[in-house]
Ligand binder design. Structure first.
Ligand SMILES: [Zn+2]
Length: 398
């Protein structure tokens, strides 16, 4: 029997199987059928000589509910090799059902979600979702997650100014909501977070996002910028550290300092939203290219964008891998050489000599050309500009 699709002669990088060589990949009925030499024949065949082939990317942190001023259409990601996106708490128990009904079910890309411990999710930049702690609802959050376990992977909490003075109480409520078996807690740490305390409370498998943010109260000591011992202890305990680049959460300096301690991210994610997409995060390949630029090997960058996030959300059986039987989500890309400007969220510019350039996205066995899902973004309002002004004012370009 012919395969439905055979990708020939691509350089396959699949960290889940330790694959790093030129070979073929065959797809049948939306699943990976085989990986190896001289497969075939296929009803459709693509010669990918000179291209790289890896599992479809998993973006562990983004905002995909257009009912929030942060949210954007998740299908944009299909232009960039991303076949699974995980919403990082844009909705809480109040608006998750509408998110599921109107956005998740209409999307072509696979959308999973962390549900915010705040019942209203993250509706706006204007007021923090937990400035009033009455919005933190463990019981209702747990219930909506249990009723939607096919999509929900855990609980989200943003710690910083958005929790006001309720940081500790909010953390305990979020841990309570995430106490059902198999649920993770993802905690965003920004200025104002009690990061040392948070790290001590997180459990194996829980996730810290914005690990290289550089705005204070992060993974480095304020005094001499050494890596906090609590960070080392948390990693040893199985806590995961996610990039969550966004519009304000990626610093070259912090990442390089962490690298000096051999502290690399567990997962690479964009924190793509209405504000970050305009200038900083753009897409997964751009964020991945930054880590290539900082010296991480290509296979490691792929690992942290495919298999590692699949493991982090408990979906390693079928996502983030090219093992036969897994869903046929595949990213084909080129490594482009030249001079590419890259900027961190502290407005520091660097020039990279290589970048990952999308060539083809395959979702459930179906090929999607880059650019076939045009970005449809809502107009920015005057009040949205506040966020950009804040970033400009608090950036410290060298
Ligand atoms: Zn976010």
């Amino acid at each position: 029997m012919d395969y439905s699709l055979v990708l020939r002669n691509g350089h396959v990088i699949d960290p889940s199987q330790g694959l790093h060589r030129v070979t073929d990949v065959a797809v049948q009925e939306g699943r990976i059928a085989a990986v190896g030499g001289a497969l075939g024949p296929g009803l459709v065949e693509r010669d990918l000589r000179g291209k790289y082939v890896c599992p479809g990317l998993i973006d562990l942190h983004g905002h995909w509910w257009e009912g929030s001023s942060w949210g954007i259409d998740p299908d944009i990601c299909l232009n960039h090799g991303v076949t699974t996106v995980v919403d990082a708490g844009t909705t809480g128990f109040i608006n998750f059902p509408a998110f599921r009904k109107t956005q998740v079910s209409a999307a072509t890309v696979r959308v999973l979600a962390f549900v915010n411990i705040s019942g209203i999710g993250i509706p706006t930049t204007l007021v923090g979702e937990l400035e009033d702690i009455r919005f933190a609802r463990p019981l209702e959050t747990g219930r909506v997650i249990e009723g939607n376990r096919d999509l929900c992977v855990g609980v989200k909490l943003r710690e910083g100014t958005m929790t006001g003075r309720h940081g500790k109480e909010a953390l305990e409520k979020a841990l309570e909501a995430a106490s059902f078996p198999g649920l993770r807690l993802m905690v965003h740490i920004t200025k104002g977070a009690d990061t040392r305390h948070i790290l001590g409370r997180l459990r194996p498998g829980d996730i810290v996002t914005h690990c290289f943010q550089g705005r204070g109260d992060g993974i480095l000591a304020e005094s001499d910028h050494h890596l906090l011992p609590e960070v080392v202890a948390a990693r040893k305990n199985g806590v995961l550290f996610d990039v969550g680049h966004g519009a304000g959460a990626f610093s070259w300096d912090v990442a390089r300092k962490a690298f000096e301690y051999f502290f690399y991210p567990d997962t690479i994610s964009t924190d793509l939203h209405r504000f970050s997409i305009a200038r900083w995060a753009f897409d997964m390949p751009s964020v991945m290219s930054k880590f290539l630029h900082m010296g991480m090997p290509l296979a490691d960058v792929i690992l942290k964008s495919t298999w590692a996030p699949a493991l982090a959300i408990g979906r390693a059986g079928e996502l983030g891998t090219l093992k036969p039987g897994a869903v046929a989500d595949i990213f084909v890309f080129e490594l482009e050489e030249g001079s590419f400007p890259l900027e961190d969220t502290h407005l520091r510019k660097e020039s990279a000599s290589r970048r990952i350039r999308p060539f083809l996205t395959i979702k459930d066995g179906r090929g999607i050309e880059p650019g076939s899902f045009p970005a449809r973004l809502r107009e920015l309002e005057e009040c949205d500009q506040e966020l950009f002004r804040f970033i400009e004012q608090t950036a410290n370009p060298s």
